[in-house]
Design a protein around this ligand. Structure first.
Ligand SMILES: Nc1ncnc2c1ncn2[C@@H]1O[C@H](COP(=O)(O)OP(=O)(O)OP(=O)(O)O)[C@@H](O)[C@H]1O
Ligand SMILES: [Mg+2]
Length: 231
């Protein structure tokens, strides 16, 4: 369960005397295994909301809860435990260029202190889930955009998180690869993972026909089951 209670985020903005209000009094409840699109124009606060969930930013006001844990109170030392529960995927993939698909996923496990035995078991398994078993030894420059995003999704999945946050994951992909990635996220959702997909892509949102939460200028302006993109 994810729970935002009266959450505001105000950044210190350089060179301006006005505060930068990125999120303004957000109240939100997300149940396990939901598939949510987070919509809204550029600057609406979508990425900020996701950053609060992985503990990369703290709220200025209010409370963010993940599985009964108040993220405001999580110390840096315990952040890795949160990161195991939440996988994150970005528009620009963020793969290590000098490592293969296999090694990119394995690296996330090494960094988290997993054993070689676990790595040897789990990496092939997640590469299989994302359909890349046959390209495990390819480097990022040998993979298409869609394949690179699959590696990033495999990496996000490797600790069996309860939630995947995807921030414009199809922003650098063509139409065909976009739908491949959306279908993969739907499959992962069906296997039991909550998905929060931040996107401005009207076609994706309208075709998904799932819950849509719309932000505008930091405010939650709409929250609809089977929503459509309206702005
Ligand atoms: N580190 C920061 N310092 C200051 N202001 C910031 C910072 N990060 C974001 N902002 C501001 O907060 C607001 C929300 O930004 P955010 O990145 O969350 O929007 P977004 O909805 O993800 O936009 P986009 O669709 O362009 O990715 C914007 O006005 C942005 O300028
Ligand atoms: Mg963003």
């Amino acid at each position: 369960m994810i729970y935002f209670e009266n959450v505001s985020k105000i950044y210190n903005c350089n060179g301006s005397s006005d505060p930068c209000v990125a999120l303004d009094s957000i109240n939100l409840r997300i149940r396990p295994q939901e598939f949510i699109s987070l919509a809204g124009p550029s600057g609406a606060g979508k990425s900020t909301l996701l950053k609060l969930l992985i503990g990369e930013e703290k709220p200025t006001e209010g409370k963010v809860m993940l599985d009964n844990q108040n993220l405001n109170l999580v110390s840096l030392k315990h952040l890795p435990e949160i990161r195991r529960k939440i996988g994150m995927v970005f528009q620009d993939f963020r793969l290590l260029a000098n490592r293969t698909a296999y090694e990119n996923v394995a690296f996330a496990m090494e960094a988290a202190g997993d054993s070689n035995k676990e790595i040897g078991q789990d990496v092939p398994q997640v590469l299989d889930v994302v359909g890349l078993a046959d390209k495990r030894d390819y480097f990022p420059h040998q993979l298409s955009g869609g394949e690179k995003q699959r590696v990033a999704i495999a990496r996000a999945l490797v600790h069996r998180p309860s939630v995947i946050l995807a921030d414009e994951p199809t922003g650098n992909l063509d139409l065909l690869n976009t739908w491949d990635i959306i279908k993969l996220l739907l499959k992962i959702n069906e296997l039991g993972t909550t998905i929060i997909l931040a996107t401005h892509d009207r076609d994706i949102i309208n075709n998904l026909s799932r819950r849509v939460i719309t932000l505008d200028k930091g405010k939650l302006i709409r929250d609809e089951q089977k929503g459509r993109y309206i702005l």
